[in-house]
Design a protein around this ligand. Structure first.
Ligand SMILES: CC(C)(COP(=O)(O)OP(=O)(O)OC[C@H]1O[C@@H](n2cnc3c(N)ncnc32)[C@H](O)[C@@H]1OP(=O)(O)O)[C@@H](O)C(=O)NCCC(=O)NCCS
Length: 245
């Protein structure tokens, strides 16, 4: 599981993007809920975004009663790397990104995520154009900083890039596919499968015993291939938003 700051905290990235006061809670609990609400009121926060484990039914109900709206349901899929890994498919070149790929990766991010419905997009009060910038910005930061990504893998097809994965180690044992994307005209061609398999080999080579990916429960396309390769559901959580004005 990705490390999350504890408690309630202001989100610099979101505040800079949306030009409003935004706070976040990693994982909401019944004890944290009143604390987070009081913090937001005291600090004149406009929007609180919070995740809550799907198993925390009472917390979800308390959040609903406090005026939160459900924005997305996320599923964590996990692949066991202690088993024999699938062979890297022939025919698709997958390699670590190079500095000279950056412009192309940003172009892919824009094309791959056009129309993508994140929890930001699901919130009618957030500017869609600004929400659209998130994946491009994420790709830019992943190409630039080891704090954002430990590796960016790119897939080549017919002389250009067809997809990319942003990879991060959660712990020594667990690696995570933070972003998975294939350009629309190369979907259904095996590019995604090649990226999934290469990400498993990348993680195993670093000593990880598990690889994870957080996917929207409604995004069937992203789930099928990892599941066919043996990845299984691990947990489900919700992202909820509450506005204070
Ligand atoms: C998710 C993504 C990487 C998958 O790439 P892809 O090339 O389409 O994947 P695959 O070729 O493995 O095929 C996807 C599977 O889902 C199915 N599928 C595709 N769209 C679907 C839909 N809307 N509903 C149901 N199933 C769908 C396909 O038929 C295929 O199933 P099959 O292998 O049993 O035939 C690509 O769609 C993408 O970049 N999407 C936008 C970005 C995104 O959502 N990223 C994930 C969150 S980070």
């Amino acid at each position: 599981m990705r490390a999350e700051p504890s408690g309630v905290y202001r989100s610099e990235l979101d505040e800079a993007r949306f030009a409003i006061r935004v706070a976040r809670v990693g994982w909401m609990t019944p004890e944290l809920l009143p604390v987070a609400l009081a913090y937001c009121r005291e600090n004149r926060v406009s929007l609180l975004m919070s995740k809550c484990m799907g198993t925390e039914r009472r917390t979800v109900h308390a959040m609903e009663q406090a005026g939160f709206l459900l924005m997305e349901a996320m599923l964590c899929l996990a692949g066991d790397l202690t088993r024999r890994l699938p062979e890297k498919p022939a025919g698709v070149v997958v390699r670590p990104f190079e500095k000279s790929d950056e412009k192309e990766v940003l172009r892919l991010a824009e094309a791959c995520f056009a129309g993508y419905e994140s929890h930001y997009h699901a919130d009618d009060r957030l500017d869609r154009a600004k929400s659209d910038e998130i994946q491009v910005d994420w790709a830019r930061r992943a190409c630039a900083s080891r704090e954002v990504a430990d590796q960016v893998l790119v897939a080549e097809s017919e002389g250009s890039l067809a997809g990319y994965f942003i990879l991060k180690s959660n712990t020594n044992e667990e690696a995570d596919v933070a972003v998975a994307a294939v350009i629309p005209d190369h979907r259904g061609t095996g590019v995604y499968e090649a990226l999934v398999v290469h990400s498993m080999h990348w993680a195993a080579a670093r000593g990880a015993t598990r690889i994870t990916g957080l996917v929207q429960a409604t995004n069937v396309a992203v789930q099928r291939t990892p599941m066919k390769l043996g990845w299984v559901p691990r947990y489900l959580y919700y992202t909820l938003h509450k506005w204070f004005d």
